[in-house]
Design a protein around this ligand. Sequence first.
Ligand code: APR
Length: 257
Amino acid sequence: MILIEEVKRAQQELRKVLGVCDMAVAFTGAGLSTECGIPDFRSMDSAWRRHPPIPFKEFVADSEARALAWRRKFVMDDLTAGAQPGRGHRALAHLLEQGIIGAIVTQNIDGMHQAAGAQDERIIELHGNGGYASCLSCGARHELHEVRPRFEASGLAPECGCGGAVKSATISFGQSMPQEALRRARKVSLDCDLFLAIGSSLVVYPAATLPVLAKENGAALVIVNGEPTPLDASADMVLRGDIGAILEPFEGALKNK
Ligand code: APR
C-alpha cells in the first residue's frame, strides 16, 4: 500500500490512476460533506455524538422513540439547512459527466451529490435519503414540509393514512438495506477497475464490503480520507488529507484523457 500525505502528490497520483482506468466507481461517506457544514458520524467533534441516531427496533417499538427520532432529525436538518455541495461533490459530478466515473455509491443521506449536478440515475444511495419520509407499512412518500408542522403542533410522531408509522427515508441501524441499491452497488463494484473510497471510516457493513469486493475482483482500491481506516492495509494507495483539497483540481476537465 502506498501512503501519500502531501496534497499536491495526492492530486498527481489520483490524476494518474483516473487517466488510465476504464471505469471507476466513487464510494462516498460523510467526510465528503463536512466542508459543507454537514457533520460526519465518527469524528470526535461530530454533532451526531450529541444526537445519536435511534436504532430501527426502538423506532418501530416505541412511539416516544419515534418522536425523539423526529426531534433529532429536525435539529440536524436545521443545523445543516442551506448546505451547498462541496469541492468533492463538484469534482465527482464532473468526473461522472466525463464518463471517468461510472457511478457514485454513497452512504450519505444529504442529497449533495444530486445538488452538485450528478445524474440521479447514476447515484446509488445505500442508506436512503433524508430529504423526504415514507410509510413503513405501505411505502407511501411523505414530504417533510407537510410532516414537520403537524409533528411540531402535536409532538406526536407522524402516521400515514394507512395507520403505518412514517419515518425519514434513511436506513437506520437494524433496518434492512434497500435490496435494489445494494444489488446495483455490488454490480458496479464488480464492473469497475478502479474503486475510490472517499470520506468514509469504512466501519459500517454491508457498505464496507464493497471496496473489498472490488479489490478481490481485481480493481485497484484507492482510499481518500483524513484518518486511517481498517481497509488501508489492503488498499493499493491511501491519499491521506483533506478531501476538498485533494479533489479540488478535478472539478475542471481532465487533460489528455
Ligand atoms: N477530509 C478528509 N477526511 C474527512 C474530512 C475531510 N474534510 N471530514 C471527515 N473526514 C473523515 C473522518 O475522519 C472519517 O474517517 O471522513 C470519515 C467519515 O467517517 P464516518 O463519520 O464514520 O462516516 P461514514 O463512514 O460515512 O459512516 C457510514 O455510518 O452512522 C452510519 O449511516 C451512517 O452512512 C453512515 C455510516
